[in-house]
Write a protein of this length. Structure first.
Length: 150
């Protein structure tokens, strides 16, 4: 119970700065999340003319009171999805689906492999735990051993 209370308190404490950053973003909050269309680096690392204009646009939108997501939406509308440094949320789905399919295939193969193995928990009549020889094979082994004894 204590762990649950601790988790809830930690989650709420962590959510407060994230909410504040969403409602009142700074240029630094957005500059590392937006890609320059010409040099393909984040605009905080770029000094190209378009990156400088994007920074000015972000400053204007912050001054106008836009939230972080509103500013990003406006940049995406103008430059396309490639302007965002993080891939869209749908891109995170593909690796998860692939991992799930891989786990299912491994489970099926493991079950088949286990089912194919003989489950003999009790050893046969021989003392080494292996199955006893057939009578014909036992007779042939005795004949071969008798040849060496003579």
């Amino acid at each position: 119970m204590r762990a649950l209370v601790f988790f809830l308190v930690a989650a709420s404490v962590a959510a407060v700065p994230a909410y504040a950053s969403e409602q009142h973003p700074t240029l630094a909050d957005l500059a590392n999340e937006v890609i320059c269309p010409t040099c393909h680096t984040t605009i905080d690392q770029s000094s190209s003319p378009i990156a400088l204009r994007m920074k000015a646009f972000i400053r204007e939108r912050i001054a106008a009171g836009d939230s972080k997501s509103e500013i990003k939406d406006k940049l995406v509308a103008q430059f396309g999805e490639s302007v965002l440094a993080a891939p869209p949320r749908s891109a995170w789905l593909l690796p998860l689906v692939g991992a799930g399919i891989g786990a299912a295939v491994l489970a099926i193969l493991a079950r088949r492999w286990r089912r194919g193995r003989p489950e003999s928990s009790e050893p046969g009549p021989s003392s080494n735990g292996r199955a006893a020889l057939t009578p014909d094979l036992d007779r042939r082994v005795d004949e071969e051993l008798a040849r060496f004894d003579a």
